[in-house]
Write a protein that binds this ligand. Structure first.
Ligand code: CO
Length: 221
């Protein structure tokens, strides 16, 4: 059997020892509970770890990752994470974080069959289709992929804004939706967009004007 996994166990021991040497209550404090201000919706890509690239600690970011950082309204995993983060953890910011060189985006630009994942990546093909005029005009393939990566992030931020979960939160408080792209070649995040209410950025057909805030829920046991 390949024993390379043992490196992770050894690494974990070193991590725990280092944290304890800096603060003997580090894990005791973490064990009390979490109060993260941020929900991260990022790509599963191993090169884009949320805490590491933002220089943050355990407990600071609630994380959801999938291939190509998509916000799909039938994804029960995403919706559960989103509702929990917004309704119960009361995060202040949601970060949709794409990255240049994303395999999901590059694959969505081809006609090569891969299997089930193609149905997932169809969401990115839709973004391409909606922006084909702009994208087809970019001659360089990498630049075209980079632009699609950005447009995809912005579309996923819009998908968040169209969700009943985000609109319920907006009915009672501030919540900021950010679109970011991470550059793996320089390690830097590019800030693309921020949305903080539905009326400015979302077409009226997607707006729920009679939505009740969660605070209006009557809980009976
Ligand atoms: Co990716």
């Amino acid at each position: 059997m390949d024993k390379s996994y043992q490196k992770l166990i050894q690494g974990n021991k070193l991590y725990a020892e280092t944290k304890l040497s800096e603060n003997s209550d580090y894990f005791k404090n973490l064990a009390k509970g979490q109060q993260p201000d941020y929900l991260w919706i990022g790509c599963s890509d191993s090169r884009v770890p949320a805490n590491e690239i933002t220089n943050t600690e355990s407990g600071e970011i609630f994380v959801h990752r999938n291939i190509a950082n998509l916000v799909v309204h039938t994804d029960t995993n995403l919706l559960s994470v989103l509702e929990y983060a917004v309704k119960y953890l009361k995060v202040k910011h949601i970060l949709v974080v794409g990255h240049y060189g994303c395999g999901g985006v590059l694959t969505a630009m081809t006609d090569i069959y891969h299997g089930h994942v193609d149905n997932w990546l169809r969401n990115i093909k839709d973004v391409y289709h909606q922006n084909s005029e702009e994208l087809d005009a970019i001659a360089d393939k990498t630049e075209r992929a980079n632009r699609l990566t950005e447009l995809n992030v912005i579309e996923q931020v819009r998908n968040l804004a169209k969700s009943t979960i985000v609109q319920r939160a907006w009915a009672e408080r501030d919540l900021y939706l950010h679109g970011w792209v991470y550059g793996m070649s320089n390690g830097l995040i590019k800030d693309l967009a921020v949305i903080h209410n539905s009326s400015e950025h979302i077409d009226p057909i997607y707006r729920y004007t009679h939505i009740k805030p969660w605070s209006a829920d009557i809980i009976t046991i």
